[in-house]
Design a protein around this ligand. Structure first.
Ligand SMILES: [Zn+2]
Length: 142
């Protein structure tokens, strides 16, 4: 899994040295250097290496979007298989962990049979029920 990074502290109109960008993105200097090798833009080829904030933001946004794996209706993300999976036997259970948080679907992965969860809105249940067999297990309160 790719290292988590923060983009909130990166200002688009500011130039950063590698160690400064590492500080604001909460990653190591080696990580920023690997981003440069992977194609992140830089001011020029001179040393010390400087990166403009918008170059870093564009690169990191593209990288984050590339890592996303959107799920279709009725699919779960399996953390063991690291991918979208159908539930075993097209069966799933619906819980509401709290009154305000919405619902949670629980199922077993079709390939490795490990438990998978997916947060859903109660208003999405009719669309999910067209694809899966949903058993409503009521409200679970801690
Ligand atoms: Zn799995």
């Amino acid at each position: 899994m790719a290292t988590r990074f923060k983009t909130r502290g990166i200002k688009a109109n500011q130039a950063y040295y590698v160690h400064e960008l590492a500080d604001v993105a909460c990653v190591s200097v080696a990580t920023v250097r690997s981003w440069l090798k992977a194609g992140m833009g830089r001011v020029d080829r001179n040393r010390p290496t400087m990166v403009l904030g918008f170059q870093a933001l564009e690169f990191l946004k593209a990288r984050r979007n590339k890592a996303k794996q959107p799920l279709k209706v009725g699919e779960f993300y399996c953390f063991r298989c690291k991918g979208p999976r159908k539930p075993l036997g097209a069966m799933t259970d619906y819980y509401e962990p709290s009154a305000t948080a919405g619902g949670c679907l629980k199922a077993l992965c079709d390939e490795c049979e490990c438990p998978c969860n997916r947060n859903v809105s109660a208003s999405d249940l009719p669309a999910i029920r067209k694809v899966l067999d949903v058993a409503i297990r009521g409200i679970q309160r801690p």
